[in-house]
Write a protein that binds this ligand. Structure first.
Ligand code: LLP
Length: 385
């Protein structure tokens, strides 16, 4: 972990802040580009994972496209210099003004999530005098074997159009004159560690593509989403996620004729390069004997533990103690669930020590809030230390 090596330098910065290991980000990008090039796969970065300007400028250097989930994410991608032809835009509830903007920009595809959305896009594109590229986001009904809070591809989920709905409305969809259906899209969930799930996904996609082609739909690309998980337990063991295995599974099981294959990775690109650095403010023991470490970060900087019960490995990077103790690490917010971890073994810790909360580069800063009127955390980049 970078923070341990540069702990002295971190003292100059006001906590809490995100520390980004730029060398690790570059190695991760090199890996995903190298592995995807073996099969000619296209990779989009899911900007929702982290929209930090400096990280985005680096990601752009490696030629990735963007997957976005709102008009503002789309605008951010375009303003950062990503080419519209490499941008896809998904989301169950796109506002008219967001759709108009996407139509105007001429992006690779608006990933449509309902029959009604297809109709609305057709009407808005007609108004703009354009034909807009879309992809059908199909709900594949797959259990991705991850935390239920972050699965997206099961039949009852709000995401995507059910396959039956597409069949029922096939003729109406094909009759729309201002949309051009270019792709098929799906995303089954996030933080997927059991890679065999992707095998099932491929088999489902094969069947769906075949059936829809049989009905006269034609696709130039299939976008199988993101979801590759990272090692939150012991990040040091796996700083770069195993893109090679995922691509090899897809290569061996996906059979979609001449379609380009696209991925949308968020977490696997940026999670491990980010750490949340926080200071111990106070220590105290509850009446029940629980030792609390009260740190100056909270759920307003990193909401994942409070929101999903997610685990992040925590370490004290400045303690010179030789013994460890068990602590409950809590944040400053006025919420009882504002707990980073319980019963965590740390070097004996005291006021002023710096802790790192690891693997926080994805869905950390991008989900930060100003609850309790907290300031938003800053960012420190390893190559500018
Ligand atoms: N594509 C679509 C359509 C998505 O909805 C997502 C994530 C991705 C790609 C990127 O997935 P990834 O490669 O990052 O797994 N806030 C949650 C995760 C929510 C994921 C939302 N969609 C968390 O902190 O775990």
């Amino acid at each position: 972990m970078l923070s341990r090596q540069v702990a002295d330098k971190l003292r100059q910065h006001e906590t809490p802040f995100y520390l980004y290991d730029i060398a690790l980000l570059r190695q991760t990008l090199e890996s995903v580009v190298y592995e995807s090039n073996k099969y000619g796969y296209k990779v989009h970065y899911a900007i929702k994972a982290n929209y930090d300007d400096y990280l985005l400028s680096i990601i752009r250097e490696y030629g990735l496209g963007i997957d976005c989930a709102s008009g503002n994410e789309l605008r951010k991608a375009i303003e950062t210099g990503f080419s519209p032809e490499g941008i896809v835009y998904a989301g169950v509830g796109k506002r008219d003004k967001e759709l108009r903007y996407a139509i105007e920009q001429g992006i690779l595809a608006i990933n449509c999530e309902s029959i009604q959305e297809l109709m609305v896009i057709d009407a808005l594109a007609a108004e703009a005098g354009r034909v807009t590229n879309v992809a059908l986001r199909i709900n594949p009904d797959i259990d991705p074997k991850t935390n239920h809070c972050i699965d997206t591809g099961q039949a009852d989920s709000k995401f995507g159009i059910s396959y039956d709905d597409v069949l029922d409305h096939a003729d109406e969809i094909k009759a729309l004159k201002h949309i051009s259906i270019r792709g098929l899209h799906l995303h089954i969930g996030s933080q997927i560690r059991e890679l065999h799930v992707f095998e099932n996904m491929c088999l489902k996609v094969n069947a769906i593509v075949k059936a829809l082609r049989g009905m006269g739909f034609d696709f130039s690309f299939v976008d199988v989403g993101g979801g590759l998980g990272v090692n939150y337990d012991v990040p040091e063991n796996e700083p770069i996620p195993n893109f090679a295995s995922l691509f090899s599974i897809v290569h061996n099981h996906l059979d979609v004729g001449g379609c380009e294959v696209h991925f949308e990775f968020g977490r696997s690109i940026v999670a491990e390069c980010g750490e949340l650095i926080t200071s111990v403010l106070f220590t105290k023991t509850t009446a029940t004997g629980r030792k609390l470490l009260i740190v100056d970060a909270s759920m307003t900087e990193l909401i994942r533990p409070a929101l999903y019960g997610s685990y992040h490995n925590i370490e004290n990077i400045t303690s010179t103690a030789e013994r460890t103790d068990k602590y409950t690490v809590v944040g400053t917010a006025c919420e009882s669930t504002d707990i980073f971890d319980e019963n965590v073994g740390l070097l004996r810790s005291s006021r002023g020590d710096l802790l790192t909360i690891k693997s926080a580069g994805a869905y950390g800063m991008s989900m930060a809030s100003r609850y309790n009127l907290h300031d938003l955390p800053g960012a420190v980049y390893s190559d500018k230390l």
